[in-house]
Design a protein around this ligand. Structure first.
Ligand code: X8Z
Ligand code: ZN
Length: 630
């Protein structure tokens, strides 16, 4: 659910930047509420709205007083909102949906009122810091509503409904009712193309019901964006990066250009190996790859294909899935292991309440949002994750990802309310992933998961596994919001939504649906972040940044070997510098935060290229006689 949101927040949904704090990652989340009576939907949300404008032109002092009021309001609202959304996400039912809808409506109204009030200060020559906060208040709402009576309420109902449809969606497969999170397991483990197509297609039946709501959501939120002076919601989303929105769109294309050659080689090799396995009829060599064959519901990570595409003679790849099971890891032990990595860098351990209050495994007997998220419910120390953890390598990495959000949230808690967020949202998504890049064989030996570090011959296998996860993701990370930007701008009309989605999927990822999609399909809705309104370009940026951070950390420890073998586990020196960047939160433009840790003010894909260089050489040899492309 989530509703509106201000965007700088951490991952997830909504809220005002400021508000945003509570949850990271996708969750429903975050945000604040008016003290008390959550259940009283009729209660005057406008109490938090604009005050009467004072007579005469606004002054810098007025602007400062306004921002103080905004920050104070959000600080108050955050906790009740976060607790409301937490309860709803961990126990979805009629009443918690009702509560979340009320909260969402109020928060949207508050945020939109404040955003509109910033117009009083247009044209004033404000100090840079105040100007930046003013921009955050104006542009930081993920889904604004127009001020018209009833609009925020309608939007809140829609977003709550979309979110619930996704998280409670189920399919019938081989006589069983399969919930959303288990459909993901089927896509990872099945190897029969007919069954894969069945699960893939049935999950997308669930999304069809979202289309009408989504069309209306776009209309309402665009109207809200226009009242605030943006051309549409997509432009608002692109304006949260300390640069012009058009420059941001060019920036992501520049970064994609740096890494695309790697994706093209990987695609070519994977298609050839799938062709060997499934034959020409299922995997023709001159066409995009069938999306359901790639080991993931959305073809966003292909890691489960490691055994099919592994370089021959590169030694047995480390099977982390099997090792975790063999060594008796539980979801809690996996979480404690991830925490221990952060502790090894000098971060304080997580509070006891984290262990008491988190949802680490899926509870029995009630509906929950399984998609992983990380929360700070009181903007102080009430840190939690919400996952439906299974004992496997993917969830082990996701636990590091989520704890990265939690440690970031705690690091910037002393900042002023509007600055309690990532330097930009891609930073927030990159922190835990950067740590997880240090899960090298050497590290696995240090923590007792393996006895012997495989020799260098095994490196190609390791790099292939990583590429199936990280390189395969890159174009997907671009496509989700390229599609939403087009939907919000009107470049795609509602009757073109699905074809436009597949045009982008084919153009960037080189994939196609297993069969023709019907006119009523709404395939973007099959991905959590669309019905939950979590902007997605942050993950593309994070997949670039995490390698940039990782390389900087490896430089700091004086690592001289191949980049992919570096682990900075245990380095207090890296920890100190990393903490310094995290503590900045959103207090400075992001290039300053990046510079503080890496020495560079530019996002840069060259660390990705360096990391995968040995694999790139190998892929080029493999592909030399193949016809690549689609
Ligand atoms: O949504 C997430 C996190 C929460 S912020 C689990 N991720 C994206 C996804 O699952 O699609 C992490 C990687 C990309
Ligand atoms: Zn995240």
């Amino acid at each position: 659910m989530r509703l509106f949101a201000l965007r700088r927040a951490v991952g997830a949904l909504a809220t005002v930047s400021a508000l945003a704090l509570a949850a990271a990652c996708g969750g429903q989340n975050e945000t604040p509420a008016p003290g008390g009576s959550l259940a009283d939907g009729a209660e005057a949300p406008r109490a938090y709205g604009p005050k009467e404008a004072p007579a005469g032109p606004a002054t810098v002092e007025d602007a400062r007083a306004f921002i103080d009021r905004v920050e104070k309001t959000y600080a108050e609202l955050n906790e009740a909102a976060a607790r409301t959304y937490w309860v709803q996400a961990t126990y979805i039912n009629y009443d918690t949906n009702w509560l979340a809808t009320q909260m969402s409506e109020k928060l949207t109204q508050v945020a939109v009122d404040f955003a509109n009030e910033t117009k009083r200060f247009d044209g004033l020559d404000l100090p840079a810091d105040l100007k930046r906060k003013m921009d955050m208040v104006r542009a930081g709402i993920t889904l604004p509503a127009p001020t018209a009576e009833g609009a925020a309420g309608e939007l809140a109902e829609i977003t709550t409904r979309l979110s619930a449809v996704y998280s409670t969606g189920k399919i019938e497969f081989e006589g069983e009712t399969v919930p959303q999170d288990e459909t993901e397991v089927l896509m990872r483990t099945l190897r029969d193309p007919a069954k894969l197509a069945e699960v893939w297609t049935k999950w997308r039946e669930v999304a069809k019901a979202m289309k009408a709501d989504y069309v209306r959501l776009v209309e309402i939120a665009n109207e809200g964006a226009r009242e605030l002076g943006f051309s549409d919601v997509g432009e608002m989303w692109r304006s949260g990066y300390d640069m012009e929105p058009d420059a941001f769109a060019e920036e992501v294309d520049r970064l994609w250009g740096q890494v695309k050659p790697l994706y093209d080689e990987l695609h070519c090799h994977v298609r050839a190996k799938l062709n060997e396995r499934y034959g020409d009829a299922v995997v023709p060599l001159d066409q995009p790859i069938r999306a359901d064959l790639l080991g993931n519901m959305w073809a966003q990570s292909w890691a489960p294909l490691a055994d099919i595409v592994a370089p021959e003679g590169a030694g047995e790849p480390i099977d982390l899935d099997a090792l975790l099971v063999e060594k008796g890891y539980t979801p809690e032990k996996m979480t404690r292991t991830a925490e221990a990595f952060f502790a090894s860098l000098g971060f304080e351990p997580l509070p006891e309440t984290f262990w008491e209050r988190s949802q680490i495994v899926k509870p029995e007997g009630r509906e929950v949002v399984c998609h992983a998220s990380a929360w700070n419910l009181d903007d102080k120390d009430d840190l939690r994750i919400k996952m439906c953890t299974k004992v496997n390598a993917e969830d082990f990495r996701t636990l590091h990802h989520e704890l990265g959000h939690n440690f970031y949230q705690r690091a910037y808690k002393e900042q002023s309310t509007l600055h309690r967020a990532g330097a930009h949202d891609g930073f927030h998504e990159a922190i835990g992933d950067m740590i997880a890049l240090s899960i090298t064989p050497e590290y696995l030996k240090q923590i007792g998961l393996i006895e012997e570090v495989p020799d260098a011959d095994a490196d190609l296998g390791l790099l292939m596994s990583r590429a199936l996860d990280k390189i395969a993701f890159l174009p997907f990370g671009l496509v989700v919001d390229k599609w939403r930007w087009q939907a919000f701008s009107g470049a795609l009309s509602p009757d073109q939504y699905n074809d436009g989605w597949w045009a982008l999927r084919t153009q960037y990822q080189g994939i196609r649906p297993p069969a023709e999609r019907g006119a009523d399909a709404f395939d973007p809705g099959s991905k959590y972040h669309v019905p939950n309104n979590v902007p997605y370009m942050r993950y593309f940026l994070a997949h670039i940044l995490q390698f940039q951070f990782y390389k900087a950390a490896c430089d700091q420890i004086g690592w001289e070997g191949p980049l992919h073998r570096c682990s900075f586990y245990g380095s207090k020196e890296v920890g100190e510098k990393f903490k310094a960047m995290l503590e900045m939160g959103a207090s400075r433009p992001w290039p300053e935060a990046l510079e503080a840790f890496t020495g560079s003010r530019q996002m840069d894909g060259s660390a990705v290229v360096e990391y995968f260089a040995p694999l790139m050489d190998w892929l080029k040899e493999q592909n030399a006689d193949r016809q690549c492309g689609w």
